[in-house]
Every structure is written in structure tokens, then in C-alpha cells.
Write a protein that binds this ligand. Sequence first.
Ligand code: G4P
Length: 524
Amino acid sequence: MTLQQEIQRRRTFAIISHPDAGKTTLTEKLLLFGGAIHVAGAVKSNKIKKTATSDWMEIERQRGISVATSVMGFEYGNYKINILDTPGHQDFAEDTYRTLTAVDSVIVVVDIAKGVEAQTRKLMEVCRMRHTPVMIFVNKLDREGKDPFEILDELEEELQVAVRPLSWPIDMGERFKGVYNLYQNSLDLYQPSKQIVTESVHLNIQSPEVERHIGAKLSEKLRSDVELISEVYPGFNREEYLAGKLAPVFFGSALNNFGVKELLDCFVAIAPSPRAVQTEERVVDPYEESFSGFVFKIHANMDPNHRSCIAFVKVCSGRFERNVNYKHVRYSRLMKFSSPTAFMAQKKEILDEAFAGDIVGLPDNGNFKIGDTLTAGEDLHFKGLPSFSPEMFKYIENADPMKSKQLQKGVEQLMDEGVAQLFTNQFNGRKIIGTVGQLQFEVIQYRLLHEYGAQCRWEPINLYKACWIESDDAAQLEDFKKRKYQYMAKDKEGRDVFLAESNYLLMMAQQDFKNIAFHFNSEF
Ligand code: G4P
């Protein structure tokens, strides 16, 4: 196969949802279709959400499992599919944001009864920011839920994207009969007892055959629904989908493996192959011969006795090869890798080559940070690995004066790994850790102790948001920094951050300093 063909056939995506909507179940069924696993129940990815938040041994154990399920690659027909897993627990949402920078598209899973939930809304914001193409799977049709038209309205409103149903449910709950596949014009009949096999009948919606399968009443309802759909929703336009403006919607039941194959078949046909990526220097085309890629995730210290990590690299262009020298751009140094890993289904295996779209795991002992670039020699810096304003803040203090060096090193490494964000107050020099959720503070404390032998203590700080500030008006910027010096901090990269104590104070600052832009993420 040529380089072009290899890259063209790759589909790299993430499944996102609110916990319990069915992400794990859907992932598992997709793997079954790919022949990557053979029994249901084999995927128990990131089930941290279901364990008590203070159960550290459990989290440690699961961190091990989640390496294996971080990326699930498999072959399906002529396609090479890479599913990137995202943590289920919302306290690790920052991890998910970063994973979204490494995918070419996304499948959103929504529970028919619960509709769009908080976490989905937030993750979708990141997709919109990046114009990531999104497909939606409305799950659990075997249960009672909201009216499908109501769900479509909700999706459009809450996710701020135009939708277009490509399948349409015929009743739901115990009366669920199946879906009419508007993409392939077929009637897919639901047979709860027969897993995997779906009876799919190709027929025109007007054909009397429809009555034979689902009865007169439901046929009439289906026809009028389909007519309404064609009036209300624009025809499916792939360009709009690829631009992230239009989301096709499928209905089904992941648990019963219903509607999953249809979703997958449509997905491989319309979802994008690896896309061009913007760097600070230029746009990188995936089909370029020379390799380039960036680190989007670091999975560290699996074994506390050996400070070993795996750096996950998204290949952005060309071909990556084992034992070939590549440039670590931040160090301006050549490195080669003798045991890079690929993630095929549940197994980690040494790979000889990988192509744009693939994820490569590089064993590492502290050389990589999130956002680092590897290339065949060119100096490139990939853009778009945003930090978002954390939701919670605490001062971090050293609780063991004999171990201040260990603490400093531990904090630095955990931040490089992207566990949380560090801000240094310019006024008093105190260090502030910002997280998305409480659990992250506990993880940091635990890991500092177990991996670095350092002890920390948290002290409260009253903060609402951290805002990255910028302005063309140098005088006003200086004036602002002077007047707000107690609230000014630097982030890890040395950028200016304003620590707002409340929404009110932030609004006042925005009003008083009109020439200053306040950003809630670091990428502007
Ligand atoms: P998540 O990864 O998004 O958190 O969701 P997950 O797949 O774990 O699914 C959450 C629960 O919803 C699971 O039940 C799962 O079996 C159920 N589920 C998934 N898809 C469907 C569906 O199509 N119909 C119905 N009725 N249920 C579905 P659980 O009891 O919480 O977990 P488990 O013990 O079965 O794993």
C-alpha cells in the first residue's frame, strides 16, 4: 500500500458522553465488529467513576488498565480504526480536552431518556472550537425516553450544531421495533434476543412491505415522521459535516448491539481521514513524506520504582519508523526509539512503522511534556493544545521541610504530565494548583507521596477563574498589572494570568480595562 493509501484509510476518533450514557458499551460493540475482541464484557475502560473517590489502590490498578485501553486500534474492512479513550470521571475532563486535540472526529453518545447532559455540553464546546466533525448516537432506545423530535431539538440547542437524522426510531422501550435507515433506505428490525444480527430489509418507505413488518399504525407514523424530517431538516451534506457544522444522528441500543453496525458503516464512509494540522510555522499536510507528531498525553510512573512513562504521540504526517532518529524540537536533539508501541485492541505491541492518524506510545523517562513535537528534522510547533481555566484552586504548601526538592520536582513533573495547572502568584510567590475537580487534588497528594516521597498540604484560596490576558495597548496592560498586582500570576509557560476572585470582580475589570482581552483558555 502506498503512503497515501495508508493514511487515507485511517479513522482516528474519540467517543464522548456523560457518564453512563453508554460510551463503554458502544466502544465494546465497535471492537466486536472489528474482530478485536470476541466476548462482550472485555472492555472495562476507565471505570474509576463507579468506585469510591478515595479508593486509591483501585485507581492505581485502573491506571494500569487504562494504558491498555487508552487507544484501541483495529481493522474494519479496508479501514484502520483508532478509538481514543477518554476518562469517564469528570474530574479528569482536562485529559479529555487534550485527547480531543489528537482526533480527527468524534462520536457523541446521548441517553434517549436523559438527553444532553452537562459533561457532553462542555466537551462539545471543545469540538466546536476546533471544528471537529461530530456524529451523534442516541442510545438506549430499548428503554422509554424522550420523543425523538424533542431530542433533535435539544441536541441542536444544547450542542449548538445543526443536526440531520440518518436513522429514525420506530417506537421505543418494550415496543421498540427498530429503525428506518435514512442513509441506506432500509428497515432495520430490532430483535432483542438475537444479539449482533440485525435483520435489515432494503425497501422504499412507501412500500406495502413496511406494513408487513411493523403493522399499519406504526407504518403510518413512520411515513409521516420521515416526511416531516425531510421538510424540517436539510439534506445531509458531507462538506458541512466535515466542517463541524452539521451532525448526523443515529438511534439505537448499544447494549443490544442494535444500530451499531449501521453507525460504524456510515462512520467509516463519511468520517474524515487524518486532517491537515496547523503549526506555528505552517500547515502540515498528513500526506507529506516526512514524519511529524506531537505528544498529547503522558501516562506516567506505572511502576513507582522505575520512573517510567509512556508518551502518546499523534502522528500528524508521513510515516514513523522504529529505530530512526527524530528531532525532539524543544531539546533540539535527535532521539530514536527502539520499542515504540502500537495499541491494537487490548494489546500493546512493538511497532515497526506507523502512519499519520496513528497513535504511537513511546517509553520515556522524563524527556517529554504535553505538547512536545517530534519531526524528521524541521522545527515545528503544533498549535491547539489549550489549557482551560480550572474550576478549583488551592495553595500548595510543603508539609515536610526536608523534602522540598522532591516536592518541587514532583509538582513540576505532574504538571508536565498535565495532571493539573500551576500558577505562581507574582505578589507573594505562592504556588497555586488549579484543577477541574476535587479528585485531582487527592491524586496529586497521593502521587507526590508515593512517587516522589514528598508531602504536601492544601490551603484554601478564594478564586473564581484564571484568565489569560493580552492587549495591544501596552500602557493599559502595564497599568492593569500594577493595579491588580495582588491578583497577577504566571502560568507554567510564564504567561500573564489574572486571578479573578468573583464573577463580579472579573466583570468590573473587563469594564474598566476595555483594551484588555480576558481569555478563559490559553489558546487565543
Ligand atoms: P459509560 O461508559 O458512558 O459510562 O456507560 P456504560 O457503557 O458503562 O453504560 C452505562 C450503563 O448503561 C450500563 O449499565 C450499561 O449496561 C447500560 N447501557 C448501555 N447501553 C444500553 C442500552 O442500549 N440499553 C440499556 N437498557 N442499557 C444500556 P450498568 O448496569 O450501569 O453497568 P453494567 O454493570 O451493566 O456494566
